[in-house]
Design a protein. Structure first.
Lengths: 341, 341
């Protein structure tokens, strides 16, 4: 049996993860789901620790993991999200955040019909460095003389491995995005690692854009992108812009990967959406497509393609939740996908 | 006479600045233009310094300044742009980067017609701190053990003054954008300054979004924004997304301001566009609208409104450069605006 750790989390997380698990189950691949149902805001509020050392070990010992969403209006402290999502990314060294953006149906595009809008790209976001290490601090905190700093850190190892990965998966082009014209130290390191990787992959075109221009192009010419590789912070932003032009965050899937270890943590990009939790309005497509990425990474290529295709068909048929124009609830929208496998 | 320093700069900079100056001249306000024509890449390549101490003093002694664009394909080093644009922003303490985004004509929107697309917002970008201070460095630079870091710095003074400014100019709402859920030190300072400013302005609504969500909303619901205030890096990115949804960077204006001193450096958001320099295809609207911001800040409110209105009319009449669908060259497009004053 292939053990998959499952962390439903908060809000709509459990609702969409249930659909993802049912969809994976439909393939009869002998996946064995290990539910960590206690990793949520309730546990955090009760004990101060939502994800403990044992939990991390359990996830690490699994073949892969599936996560719903982490976030609860009752918890103001960033320590909670940091203690779950960022802890898993950092401790399991999941240095690739793989975020595809593909327009599932023309109808979903926010862009006007006479523009190129069939976006189909992947943002590869560095996932273990950048502004996300927590390094930094504040002097004279709380008062009017406060100085706060956060360190934007890039290492040669961390940068070159993620840039290399981008070239490995690219079909035609890698566009490296940085701000080397203003943020120089990390910028020059990214430039160097990108050039070196480009030289190792002469078959793949190498393009560069500054992050402001890249964000703009993602709106004006999104079909021009194949693989975008960038740092943790710019990747966070660009992948959200990409999913907006690909029809919204409800369908956006992601994988946090360590390619060498072959381990992945899969999660929809949308958050816990507390405003609609429990209303059965949550769109399961982001979670289901994340499960599709999991299948592909486990080597179940045909099943992964069938899953993507079933999602496309369900969306084309309007068999979706209201956010995509349909009238189904979460369960029925998941069922609509499974019926098309 | 009111002296305005003019730095045409590189590429299309001189072409669009010429139109902006002619448009200002059309009002007969007795503005006296002091041209710093040597501040460009040629000077940088010859002497290593494009903007010297005397130049900075000349600009500082002016009432305001107008800048075209800085950037040249022959200059790879970020030191050039840093030495002009960032030097002026930092040394003249122009802590507010005011970037309006307004859809001039429905025809220019990249968004589909059934979406809210009449964007009319201002991104207020902190302009003297954040990731742009140059602080940081690299250890073991150039080798495979390199560690590079850039400091993302926020001070209470720097943050509270820009947030305060945002509330001062807001019509209905200030949306503060940060990433306090992951980038904690600066994040908590921004949160505190924003709450304090909100309490001082109970008449203005205060909203908060994380930067990824804000970037997405700028595509899916741009009309929901009034004033956005954020740090240097997020402001760079969000203002470009805003100008993309407002019809493209060709019409985007900006002002680098020190409100206390009443000094502003006005510049179109587009760059030097070396690919079209000299072809007379450059769109002068960004520079002309930047001159309009200058007029407003000099107290010439009626003239500023007339200028904006003339731009709107010229655009509505299709009397524009090709990027906006017209067939005029730079000079004729500028003339089309002046004819409508
Ligand atoms: C050229 C670059 C350093 C600059 C910036 O990021 O500030 C530009 O993109 C801008 O927005 O004015
Ligand atoms: C919740 C937040 C810390 C997180 C991130 O920025 O990584 C989220 O936005 C994401 O993109 O997965």
């Amino acid at each position: 049996m292939t053990r998959i750790a499952v962390i439903p989390g908060d809000g709509i997380g459990p609702e969409v993860v249930e659909q993802a698990v049912m969809t994976l189950d439909a393939f009869g691949l002998g996946l064995d789901f290990d539910h960590l149902d206690h990793v949520n805001a309730g546990t955090y509020l009760r004990t101060g620790v939502a994800l403990c050392d044992e939990d991390v070990a359990r996830v690490a010992a699994s073949r892969s993991a599936l996560l719903g969403a982490i976030g609860d209006p009752r918890v103001a402290s960033p320590a909670y999200g940091r203690g779950v999502l960022l802890r898993l990314r950092f401790e399991l060294d999941l240095y690739v955040n793989h975020r595809p953006a593909r327009l599932l149906s023309d109808r979903l595009s926010p862009l006007r019909p006479d523009r190129p809008r069939a976006v189909d790209c992947v943002v590869i976001r560095e996932n273990t460095e950048g502004l996300y290490t927590g390094m930094g601090g504040a002097l004279r905190a709380g008062g009017e003389h406060e100085i706060a700093l956060d360190i934007d850190l890039s290492t040669h190892r961390g940068t070159s491995r993620v840039v290399e990965h981008a070239f490995t998966i690219a079909r035609r082009e890698v566009c490296m995005v940085d701000k080397a014209n203003a943020v120089e130290h990390g910028g020059s390191l990214w430039q160097r690692c990108w050039r070196a990787a480009a030289a190792r992959h002469p078959d793949v075109a190498a393009r560069h854009l500054y992050v402001d221009a890249a964000a703009m192009r993602m709106v004006t010419d999104p079909t021009g992108f194949d693989v975008v590789v960038t740092n943790n912070s710019y990747g966070d932003i660009l992948s959200d812009v990409a999913s907006a032009v690909a029809g919204g965050i409800g369908t956006a899937a992601s994988a946090n990967l360590n390619p060498e270890r072959g381990f992945g943590l899969y999660e929809p990009v949308h958050g816990s959406a507390p405003d609609i939790a429990g209303t059965r309005a949550a769109n399961p497509v982001g979670a289901i497509l994340s499960a599709g990425l999991l299948l592909a990474d486990l080597g179940h290529t045909a099943e992964a393609a069938a899953l993507r295709n079933a999602v496309d068909l369900a969306v084309a048929d309007g068999e979706t939740t209201p956010d995509l124009g349909g009238s189904l609830d979460t369960g029925k929208a998941g069922q609509a996908v499974r019926a098309r496998l």
